[in-house]
Design a protein. Structure first.
Length: 232
């Protein structure tokens, strides 16, 4: 069975606990392969921890989880990207776009390969699949000068350089403009034509944005995350 033939995510009774009690769960999920699935639930560490779990950055405390047939966090990690989750990929406002792209290219390259400063071709190669017809930011722009939408799309582009089968994206509510949030959802739906994309929100979504499924997720709390679970 190939990845395309499998359900993307099957979760049964998964739970997570922090130092002060439950963080999420029990939760059941069935997420199909391909397209954009939106998890709807209250903002907080519970929702964040769930997304980190689905991307293999956090182990479950109980229940059963399968992501493209893989059940261990390390195995899931290898086939999943995670973007726009501040606990893992927050970017400094005083950093330029060129510095972020250069760092990501160096991160992806073999250790023995020397990587110079990123250029316009690198920006196009990394950014265009995510930005689509939207203008790319200038290489010399600082993160602080980018719009919320451009900052979000840039973080997604940096996390998606290897085009993994699963891409998990932090809450779309980080983009506060309704118009720009709809643009973001459409861009994620476009990525879902070649990948399985999962994001989250607290709000209802219009039906015409191209997403495949909205799943209301219960049992999300605001307790602290378990320390030391996250990894890049």
């Amino acid at each position: 069975m190939t990845i395309a033939d499998q359900p993307a995510v099957v979760a049964r009774g998964i739970t997570q606990r922090g130092p002060w009690g439950p963080v999420y769960g029990p939760i059941d999920l069935d997420i199909p392969t391909g397209g954009l699935t939106v998890l709807r639930g209250p903002a907080g560490s519970g929702r964040t921890a769930l997304q980190m779990t689905l991307a293999g950055r956090m182990k479950i405390k109980g229940g059963e989880l399968s992501v493209f047939g893989r059940s261990g966090a390390k195995q899931i990690f290898r086939i999943a990207g995670l973007a726009a989750v501040d606990e893992l990929d927050a970017v400094y406002n005083a950093v330029r776009v060129v510095d972020l792209i250069t760092e990501q290219i160096r991160w992806d390259a073999p250790w023995y390969r020397l990587i110079g400063k990123a250029g316009a071709d690198d920006l196009e190669r990394l950014g265009r699949p995510v930005f689509g017809d939207l203008p790319l930011p200038d290489l010399d722009e600082y993160v602080d000068d980018l719009s919320e939408l451009d900052r979000m799309l840039l973080r997604i582009a940096l996390a998606n350089t290897k085009r993994p089968p699963l891409l998990v994206v932090g809450s779309i509510d980080q983009v506060t403009s309704d118009v720009n949030q709809r643009v973001l959802v459409r861009r994620l739906a476009h990525l879902g034509e070649a990948q399985t994309v999962i994001t989250s929100t607290v709000n209802p979504l219009p039906d015409d944005l191209g997403h495949r499924l909205v799943i209301d997720v219960p049992n999300l709390t605001h307790d602290e995350l378990t320390s030391g679970e996250g990894k890049r």
